[in-house]
Design a protein around this ligand. Structure first.
Ligand SMILES: O=C[C@H](O)COP(=O)(O)O
Ligand SMILES: CC(=O)C(=O)O
Length: 208
């Protein structure tokens, strides 16, 4: 059965945001992250290898693999054909949100302003990526934005690190955070990635 975006956001406290250049790294990367307890994986459509990486990673037992940097209905279509379990975009447009929400696909669009959130609510959305979290003002901005929108839940992403993630996760409207710190660019060190995933998994991220 398809999981809701809320269930996906509550699966683990951290969603690794992945930029995969070499499809040969995809499976071992997913295995390292899942072995550390991070089951929800966002593969950004920023590289030519991304769609094949999604196809590979979804074979890994326990992995819940979605597509990030989905910018328009064409990207959405390609991401779904590759088997994405959820969709993430850096912002919110009617063209994309209409296509994704119309299909009932779990969807996490990016918002950075009250107007963005109101636009999302008009489209029936209540779960958002707060992006770019740190550059958009950090925790004070999210607290101020969340106050009038008590029905909304957030996954802050952008500039978050292992050191700052706990402060974000302590906020009630925050169900999880996203970040690329778990798998930095370059040749992956899968043991180090599994270790970072274990630490991230131990962070508290479950709010009612
Ligand atoms: O999805 C968004 C970002 O690329 C992740 O941000 P970050 O690299 O600052 O963690
Ligand atoms: C930044 C972001 O949300 C994305 O690449 O999907």
């Amino acid at each position: 059965m398809t999981k809701s975006i809320e269930q996906i956001m509550r699966t683990a406290p951290v969603i690794p945001v992945l930029v995969i250049d070499d499809v040969r790294h995809a499976r071992p990367l997913a295995e390292a992250l899942v072995s550390g307890g991070l089951r929800v994986l966002e593969v950004t459509l920023r590289t030519p290898a991304a769609l094949d990486a999604i196809r590979e990673m979804r074979q890994v037992e326990g992995a819940l693999v979605g597509a990030g940097t989905v910018l328009n209905p064409r990207d959405y279509d390609a991401a779904m054909k590759a088997g994405s379990a959820f969709i993430v975009s850096p912002g919110l447009t009617e063209a994309l949100a209409g296509a994704v929400a119309g299909d009932g696909t779990p969807y996490l669009p990016g918002v950075a302003t009250a107007g963005d959130i109101m636009h999302g609510l008009d489209l029936g959305l209540h779960h958002f990526k707060f992006f770019p979290a740190t550059a958009a003002g950090g925790i004070p901005t999210l607290k101020a934005l969340a106050a009038p929108f008590s029905q909304c839940r957030f996954c802050p992403t952008g500039g978050i690190t292992a050191a700052t993630a706990p402060d974000w996760l302590a906020l009630d409207p925050v169900l999880c955070v996203g970040g690329s710190w778990l798998a930095p660019a370059g040749m992956p060190d899968f043991d180090a990635i599994a270790g970072a995933a274990r630490q991230a998994c131990a962070l508290q991220g479950d709010h009612t």
